[in-house]
Design a protein around this ligand. Structure first.
Ligand SMILES: [Zn+2]
Length: 166
């Protein structure tokens, strides 16, 4: 069952901060900077993890909450804090105050949007894990390391099986 585990939460959170697949922690969620040619590329996650098959966008509109609550919500908090701080401390003219408040919000949203989505994926995976089969999710530490192919059967083992069949 999916029990609450700080270890698991910390691992997913860490993967999200690195903008990597919450499941394996290796594949990036977003295209690399070299492949980013537009704002759309910057904001749009890849389809999923090619390593473990984790789909980043589970359904259409999946990231709406991440965008609204994460990006815009945090941006608004930042804007309000800046507004009150500068208005109470320096009383600048309204035009300057708007520049001081809106400039950082735009920059913050550009920079934070990817992390908001990555954190949302990690958060969702923590509370509602994707499972290919109903396995225990807490032991997927080994999946973070390089997956190894199954050990081939040694020739003598094959022979002993053949002997048993006789
Ligand atoms: Zn993965």
């Amino acid at each position: 069952m999916n029990s609450f585990s700080f270890k698991r939460a910390r691992r997913y959170f860490y993967h999200a901060l690195l903008l990597r697949c919450p499941y394996c922690g290796i594949t990036p969620i977003f295209p690399s900077l070299k492949k980013t040619r537009s704002l759309r590329d910057w904001f749009t996650p890849l389809d999923g993890c090619h390593r473990c098959g984790y789909p980043y966008e589970r359904e259409p509109g999946y990231f709406l909450l991440a965008t609204w609550a994460g990006s815009y919500g945090m941006g608004s908090l930042l804007g309000l804090s800046l507004y009150f701080f500068f208005d109470l401390k320096y009383h600048p003219p309204i035009f300057e105050l708007l520049l001081i408040v809106l400039g950082p919000i735009v920059i913050f949203n550009l920079l934070f949007a990817r992390h908001a989505k990555a954190l949302f994926i990690a958060f969702d995976h923590f509370f509602d894990p994707h499972e290919k089969e109903g396995g225990e999710n807490d032991d997927d530490d080994r999946r973070s390391k390089d997956p190894k192919p199954a050990t081939p059967v040694a020739p003598h083992a094959k022979r002993s099986v053949a002997l048993q069949e006789k």
